[in-house]
Design a protein around this ligand. Sequence first.
Ligand code: UTP
Length: 291
Amino acid sequence: MKITKAVIPAAGLGTRVLPATKSMPKEMFPIVDKPAIQYIVEEAVQAGITDILIITNRGKGIIEDHFDRSPELEKALDKPDKQEILEVVKNISKLANVTFIRQIETKGLGHAILRAKNFVGNEPFAVMYGDDVIVGDDPAVGQLIRAYGEFGKGVVGVKLVPESEIHKYGSLKVENLHDNIFKCTDMVEKPQTREEVLSCYSILGRCVLPPDVFELLEKTEPGKNGEIQLTDAMKKIATSEGMTAVEYTGTRYDMGNKLGLLQASVEVGINHPEIGDGFKKYLKEFVKTLD
Ligand code: UTP
């Protein structure tokens, strides 16, 4: 079945990057000249997604404005020497059929995804975390969609995380199927003891889920931090019918963490067609001043 819908949860409070997120959604933080969430929408579109639901909350209206037309700005840019940037601005609203819904209370990622039940209907769909930008030649979500086509099971996008950091992430029980594809039969959110750690593979930023996940989420009690955890519902799928894990190619930047923000700006910056060369030159000089 062709997967054409994606849900982007973007209703988190972003407490790890306060005070910037007090009134500015982290999903709108720029990487050079484009907000994080536009990279994510573009990744979805490259993978064949046509319909996107972004889950927002109070104070995140500027995400909606970004994907809307901007008549005043467009009028101001409609000059012979501004045609290129005018097209860039206009094209944002044509990327995909983007709609929005609010998560009225911030009760966790699982609770946010539940808001997408009517939008999704009875089809498998992609989930793309709004603060995880993945840069690469082959869109990460497309790699997961291909794995869904191959095995017909829910898919999680994974990466290896350092053992010392695994307590901050989810840990998966995996078995290699071929290449970078694994069978996933169990998972635990934020393991606190060594015994709880199943592997250093963790879900990072992307999944493709069957519509049955909504029924499971409806029955999921608040878990870690008193939030409804998506991992708790996915664990039920992994331990019953099993899931597929894809160690996707591409570099992931966590826009919800201070170091991630800086890494994204530096690494995307050095490859930027307009300022890349100049930035690289500056960086080389700057690095020499470090001890
Ligand atoms: P995170 O845990 O990374 O985001 O959730 P957060 O809650 O904003 O983080 P901190 O700890 O306060 O800094 C992963 C994704 O789920 C969304 C977030 O916006 C992010 O894209 N999310 C999280 C929701 O949409 N609703 C929630 O209730 C929680």
